[in-house]
Design a protein around this ligand. Structure first.
Ligand code: AHR
Length: 647
């Protein structure tokens, strides 16, 4: 008898517990003082890692097009017959190598095959623009046959070019693919007996983003545009710093005629020995002009980052003495002139000659990437002084190093406050628990002094570091805290952005692609939802008087959008059971009924979008109508929702 009553009591107790767990009350009231969301809050971090630029966004299909990969002028090319590398009389002084082809009647013929970036991706019936520079070595005429060859060794596009000059000339040919192939090759075959030189062999799809010459891959640029980015940070990452000072990113090498932009190493080609990629170099075809142009296309603020005179500290302690920083500082100042200066200025003129008379309206600059130690603040101070004198309107972004906390982080934050930089770049590549536990990270940050630029972050779910739905759910939950603290965090960018499925060094990444297709990760959709529905004004959201940071597995933030007259609720449930959330709106002037849409991200925690299954995780929209007096909404286990309601 006693056992039976005990069981009944236990049952009642558990049921009561479960019922209590499922109902969650959240109050929403006006935030005082008002907190505004930065209009450019969510953006893009771009770095040429994982073939993001060369072999990715930059639509060039020929690898090592100018025969200038350091120490390996024919890397990416397979030569047959008599082909040699030459430098004398090179047409582009900053890319000195070119190829000489001699066909003296050998049965093998003479020519070269380019393997592209893990293949060349062509689509049936689509057109491709080939161009190259050539000159005959002796008088007379020569003929080149140009072919696209499929992975099955079939010729799927073909054309001929007659070389009729002894001087360097540019030749063009339009090719149309008869088949679709992701791993094609380009063959350049000297079919006449004779000798000629070729340089800068280039192949672009006829259709690029905005159909620009030297353009971007359409699907990848469109995916970026669809993020509605407010800010665009480029060109990295560690790539800015270089593995030594000589190979740091120098923006001046990335502007002007593409043929004359000197090839640089890509530090990601050897830094990760387990993802060794020895054929990865930077052509700078996607250079600073193109970055600024993309910013303009997307309506995003440009946020270039420059070397502060310290090479990547993970690799070396190579560092310029503070007194010798002048050329580095000058490069940074000249960048502002390039972006914003008039045609009468040296660097403004370069921009105008590249086709952009108007200013790009640059207002930010990052000095250094993940720097640490006592030297960095000294370097930064020297840059800051020069900017205060010449461009006081430009906002300076400093660094808190590679870690999200710890001794160096605290030290650097102290230094950044002393220097009174505008924003401090914070990076966190952390596990799910960190993201869930850090939804309150910024609640107690000082409201005075520098603001935060959450410049690189991603949830890493071990061991595979997949772009799983779980990673995205943790990021979505964490971002409620960023949104709530929009007065402290003014910019946020997920990282890294792109990865080629056959050539990546780092994961997870926001967008994956091969030579023909691309796929948006679950993490992409989280960023997109925050960016599209960032609102303008933060509201105060509480559960039992506390910020909603994971109690009962619930994370929530609310903004209103003054421009679109909307109330936007973001809510995630990381728990294993559905929760009923009762919303108590203490906001004035709400209509009796709130109509709008509910956008949901829900999938198995381990689900990951892939090229073959691109929509395992995707936002689903439905219409909703809520009574504005204490509506109850059911939030499924392990799901993220955005309610966009008309006011
Ligand atoms: O995003 C990849 C790398 O992570 C970046 O280059 C660097 O800043 C960070 O360590």
């Amino acid at each position: 008898m006693r056992t039976k009553s005990y069981l009944i009591l236990t049952f009642l107790f558990i049921t009561a517990q479960l019922t209590a767990q499922t109902l969650v009350k959240i109050t929403v009231e006006k935030q005082k003082p008002e907190i505004t969301v930065a209009p450019n809050m969510y953006g893009i971090f771009f770095e040429d890692i994982n073939f993001a630029a060369d072999g990715g966004l930059y639509a060039e299909m020929i690898k090592n097009r100018s025969f200038d990969f350091p120490n390996s002028p024919f890397m990416g090319w397979l030569t047959y017959g008599k082909v040699s590398v030459q430098t004398e009389g090179a047409p582009f002084p900053r890319n000195q190598h070119y190829a000489r082809l001699l066909n003296d009647g050998l049965l093998t013929g003479t020519g070269l095959l380019n393997e592209g970036f893990r293949g060349i991706g062509v689509e049936k019936n689509k057109k491709y623009n080939l161009s190259l520079y050539a000159k005959n070595v002796n008088k007379g005429e020569n003929k080149l046959k140009i072919e696209i060859i499929s992975a099955a060794n079939e010729i799927i596009a073909s054309g001929e070019i007659e070389i009729n000059s002894g001087d360097w000339e540019k030749y063009k040919l339009e090719l149309q693919a008869e088949e679709t192939c992701a791993h094609a090759k380009l063959r350049v075959d000297l079919i006449s007996q004779g000798e000629l030189d070729i340089e800068h062999v280039s192949l672009f799809p006829a259709e690029t983003w905005k159909n620009r010459e030297n353009g971007m891959r359409k699907d990848l640029a469109q995916a970026l545009a669809d993020l509605k980015p407010g800010v665009f940070r480029f060109p990295g990452g560690c790539i800015i710093e270089g593995n030594n000072l000589e190979t740091r990113y120098q923006w001046k090498n990335s502007v002007g005629a593409v043929e004359n932009r000197p090839v640089n190493e890509n530090r990601w080609n050897y830094v990760f020995q387990h993802r060794f990629t020895p054929d990865y170099f930077q052509s700078y075809g996607l250079g600073f002009f193109e970055y600024f142009q993309l910013c303009e296309d997307f309506g995003a603020d440009a946020l270039p980052v420059v070397s502060c005179g310290m090479a990547c500290q993970f690799i070396t302690d190579e560092c310029v003495p503070v007194d010798d920083l002048e050329p580095y500082i000058q490069d940074a100042l000249d960048l502002v002139e390039f972006a914003n200066g008039p045609v009468t200025s040296k660097w403004g003129k370069v921009r105008v000659e590249m086709g952009h008379p108007e200013s790009f309206g640059l207002k930010y600059i990052g000095i250094g990437n993940e720097q640490w130690g006592e030297v960095f603040p000294k370097h930064l101070e020297a840059f800051q002084k020069a900017f205060d004198e010449k461009y006081p309107e430009i906002q300076i972004i400093g660094s808190s190093g590679p870690s999200a906390d710890g001794e160096q982080f605290d030290y650097l934050w102290g230094q950044m406050k002393k220097l009174d930089v505008d924003l401090v770049d914070e990076h966190y590549y952390k596990d799910p628990d960190w993201f869930l536990q850090n939804a309150d990270r910024y609640d107690d940050y000082s409201r005075k002094g520098p603001k935060v630029f959450a410049g690189e972050y991603a949830c890493h779910v071990q061991p595979e570091k997949k772009n799983s739905f779980y990673a995205a759910l943790c990021e979505a939950s964490f971002l409620t805290g960023i949104e709530r603290n929009s007065d402290v965090v003014r910019l946020a960018t997920y990282a890294p952005l792109f990865a080629h499925v056959d050539a990546w060094q780092w994961k997870p990444d926001m967008i994956w692609f091969d030579n023909l297709r691309s796929v948006k990760s679950a993490n992409y959709y989280v960023q997109q939802l925050y960016s599209k529905y960032k609102g303008t004004t933060v509201q105060n959201v509480k559960m039992n008087g506390e910020n909603v940071v994971g109690q009962n597995g619930i994370y929530a933030s609310v903004v209103t959008d003054k421009d679109n007259d909307q109330l936007i609720i973001k809510i995630s449930n990381t728990g294993k059971s559905e929760k009923e959330v009762e919303l108590d709106f203490k906001l004035k002037e709400l209509p009796g009924v709130l109509k709008g849409k509910q956008i949901t991200l829900k999938a198995n925690l381990d689900d990951e979008n892939t090229l073959d299954e691109p929509f395992l995780v995707k936002p689903l929209e439905k219409e909703v109508v809520l009574d504005s007096k204490s509506p109850k909404i059911s939030i499924e286990a392990e799901s993220f929702h955005v309610f966009v309601l008309d006011l």
